[in-house]
Structure formats: structure tokens, C-alpha cells
Design a protein around this ligand. Sequence first.
Ligand SMILES: NC(=O)c1ccc[n+]([C@@H]2O[C@H](COP(=O)([O-])OP(=O)(O)OC[C@H]3O[C@@H](n4cnc5c(N)ncnc54)[C@H](O)[C@@H]3O)[C@@H](O)[C@H]2O)c1
Ligand SMILES: [Zn+2]
Ligand SMILES: [Zn+2]
Length: 346
Amino acid sequence: MKALVYYGDHNIALEERPKPTIIKPTDVIVKVLKTTICGTDLGIYKGKNPEIESGRILGHEGVGIIEEVGDSVSQFKKGDKALISCITSCGSCEYCKKQMYAHCKDGGWILGYMIDGVQAEYVRIPHADNSLHRIPENMDDEIAVLLSDILPTGHEIGVQYGNVKPGDEIAIVGAGPVGMSVLLTAQFYSPSKIIMIDLDDNRLKLAKELGATHTINSGTTNVEEAVKKIVGDDGVDVVIEAVGIPTTWNICQNIIKPGAHIANVGVHGKKVDFEIQKLWIKNLTITTGLVNTNTTPMLLKTVSANNMDLKKMITHHFPLSELEHAYQVFLNGAEEKAMKIIINNE
Ligand SMILES: NC(=O)c1ccc[n+]([C@@H]2O[C@H](COP(=O)([O-])OP(=O)(O)OC[C@H]3O[C@@H](n4cnc5c(N)ncnc54)[C@H](O)[C@@H]3O)[C@@H](O)[C@H]2O)c1
Ligand SMILES: [Zn+2]
Ligand SMILES: [Zn+2]
């Protein structure tokens, strides 16, 4: 089968690899119909995760048809369509029992990281009963792909951990697919102002269409001054970091009012400076985390019942054979006007 293989910093290749087989009775083999590239995959490509073994197949988001089922899988059968969660979970360990699936003792984020992933014709999914979801009848497969990772990530690690409440004035730093997912799911909780901050005017324009009340280009504007003009001198109630670099962390810690929440979603490859000498007095709450996907079933229901404009996030389609090129398009998101890219396997 064809698969996108990681060989280290800036070194990926689309290659022929053997089709995966069932290893444990809780596994299934899924024929991948649609997958995509995550900002995290770009991070891996750029060398943020040197812990990944050379030869690993990347990818942790997708939709597929079940091809083969392990003996103890009870919720899925051959021929079923399923959403692949970016998080694998056993359902019975200490963390799974607390719905902290991200920290499952025999799972968590392993797909396309510690085990071979979804950017391939076939993928082995461990603990299939807990790690796959049924897709509502009326949901488009491409929309479903957005629920593997970005929508639950934005909702759980951005909006829920940030404790976005009715009337809040919030800011989101990073208008990539994850930041846009924060933007869409924050609106469940009716904040009064949503400020989107990014370097890419095209993404900021889309953010306006998806519900941002204000946008700031941090490459051309002094963000602190601009935020003060919108919400007053004190700053915002909640800021969500959805990039994962020191510059954007600094934006977050400079625009918050007393009692605020900083919800960090970005995956960081470098340390940041936390200005505790200025911030100790602010009664802040800072949260971090890997998506648990505990809200995925709720999001599947909400998205299938409401028109959430999710299609607007999908800008490009490529066949699996052009996946290397698709990485370059997503890497040059601003020039290519790219947001979420769907990779078709049919
Ligand atoms: N915590 C989790 O569970 C989790 C899950 C998925 C993704 N992530 C992380 O979320 C982050 C965002 O993912 P994505 O897919 O949206 O990535 P992306 O690369 O598509 O988007 C990042 C955005 O940040 C903007 N940006 C870059 N530098 C900036 C700067 N200096 N100032 C303002 N904006 C800047 C870019 O223009 C881009 O729009 C990544 O770090 C990813 O690894 C975390
Ligand atoms: Zn991801
Ligand atoms: Zn577990």
C-alpha cells in the first residue's frame, strides 16, 4: 500500500509499505477513505518531535471503512464506516475512567507518532471499540474528518479549559484549523467579543466569516494596543494560544486582565518565558493539554444537527498519490490560501 513515511527533520516520502495486520484481538484494520494533514504533522516535518522513530507512517485524522476485525471487537464489524479519533483509548485504565483518554496507559496520541498512522491506504486501529466513532447518517465524510482532532481540540483544550462564558471577551492567537475550531466552538457559549490574531490576512478574513468580531494582523499591528482599543486597557477574559511558539505565548501573557484564563493549545517545541514577576498578581488560570476527545460524541451530534460552516475550512483536495505535494501546499498556507486539506484515497 502507499503510505507517507517520516525519516526525520524535513524528510518525508510517499512509499510502498506492507498492509497492516491485526496484532491484538482489540484491533481493527481500516481502509482509509479520507485523511488530512494537521499542524502537528507540520511540526513533526519541521523537526519539533525528534522522538519519532525514523520509518513511521504519519497521520492521525481520517474516515474509513472497516476491513478486518479482531476477535474481541464488539461495536464494529467489517464494512462499517467509522471516524478515526486522533486519540486511542482502552476505556478501562485509570485515565480512561476519568475520561482523560489523552493519557490512556495503552493509548493516547500514538497514531502517526508512536505507531503507524492514517496517511496511508490502510491503518491498524488499536482498542477499536473506544477509538472509533460512528458517523451520523447525514454527515459528509469530509466534515467528519474535522472531528478526528481539530474540532474536539479547539473545544476541549481551548474553549472548555479556557472556561469561555456568556459575555466574555476572548482572543484566539492562531487562525489555523485549530484556532478556527476554537472560534466555531467558542460560539456555543456566546462570548460577546472574539478577537482573532494571526499573520495571514486571508485566514483573518475567513475568521470574520466564521464569527470573529475583530481581527488583528500581529505582523503589521501592535497587538497590545489593538486589543486595548477593542476591550479596554485591562485586556481579555480568555486568551487561547493555538500556534505553539514563544512569540504567540508572549502575545497571550500580554493581553490578559486579572482573573483571566490562558488556555494553551499549541504544541511547543521550545521553552517559553513566563513573566511571573508581572503576572503573579493577576489571579490567572493557565491550562495546557492534549485533546481527550471526550466531547467527540457530543460534537458529532451538534455538527450533524447544525450548519456550522465547517465546509469553509476545507480549501484543497488531493489524491493520496500527491500527499508530498499537499504537505508543501499546507506548509505554504498563506501563499497557497490553504486551510484544511482533504486527502482522498478512493
Ligand atoms: N493540544 C492538542 O491536543 C493539539 C491538537 C492538535 C493540534 N495542536 C497544535 O495546535 C497548533 C495549531 O494547529 P493548526 O493545525 O491550526 O496549525 P497551523 O500551522 O495550520 O496554524 C497555525 C497558525 O498560526 C499562525 N502563526 C504562525 N506564527 C504566528 C505569529 N507569530 N503570530 C500570529 N500567528 C502566527 C499561522 O499563520 C497559522 O495560521 C499546532 O501547534 C498544533 O500542533 C494541539
Ligand atoms: Zn492533529
Ligand atoms: Zn486507557
